[in-house]
Design a protein around this ligand. Sequence first.
Ligand code: ASP
Length: 346
Amino acid sequence: MKDHKPKILIIYTGGTIGMIENPETKALQPFDFSHLMENVPRVKKLEYNIDNIQFDPPIDSSNMNPQHWADIAKAIEDNYDDYDGFVVLHGTDTMAFTASALSFMLENLSKPVIITGSQLPIGEVRTDGDENLITALQVAAEVDKRTGEAMVQEVAILFENHLWRGNRSTKMSANNFNAFMSNNYPELARIGLDIKYFKDMLYRLPSKRPLKVRYNLDPNVMFLELHPGITPSTIKYLLNTPDIKGIVLKTYGAGNSPSEPWFTSLIREATDRGVVIVNVTQCPNGGVHDELYETGNCLAKAGVVSGHDMTSEAAITKLMYLFGMGLKPDAVKRYFNSDLCGEVSL
Ligand code: ASP
């Protein structure tokens, strides 16, 4: 059982939470960590030992890329044994991609990595930033009294009233304080007067192993989103993108696409060349059941792999991670079809 003050490392990457207004353009731009902490003096009341690392310069998360994910993962790996938990402060725009990527990169993670940010800057009079920061710190410090272990042992997004599994989350709103949602997996905790954990929903490793960080992500992947009227030349052009290895095909409903021969033969031609195409629905809720309709079945017959109920953020980062390990297309398909860290219901 732990009897010391919780030790938490904050990794500040940027995002609205720490932004200030540019006096000339009036646009929000990232600002440094000390400004952020000055605006939440009540953090001291938590009586935790808190250290921080900050991106230099902090960034708007629209500029996030795999090198930044590697920097966050490195900060966690270098400090893994010295801290009870990690809080990553991040812009909301690409937070779900970062949460998904980190969940794959941080293999065997058994400590909390809580990602949060805010819709309004922490320096504003009315802001969700201070609440989110303080709750994220509390979640990162929470211990399960029964086992003496960290309550949360995975990458999660804390936002307003909910704690969500990171690789199940999507940004749902550009203006609500409850900006995130996990459409296919229940919340891990509800934030109200208390923080109520739903313990059966929390991820646990099948067996404890040392943390192993996979830094290599292959960026040669992309989304191809269907819409009625999409032309053969567009599809052909995109499927032949130079160096492309993996494509997340964003389909209709339960994983359906046009079943016309021109479409399926272009898809078949790409999968025969070794491009891994995975099927993820455009619907926020529910998943792919490509056996249901002929229009889904034709994709499976053309060599497309089901993404089941994965988010598109999880699907694209899972492809980056699997190709980053140097796997051949057949092995990528096999692993894609398995649950690596709670990202999919099979
Ligand atoms: N553009 C900002 C970002 O993602 C939005 C936010 O943080 O809410 O960095």
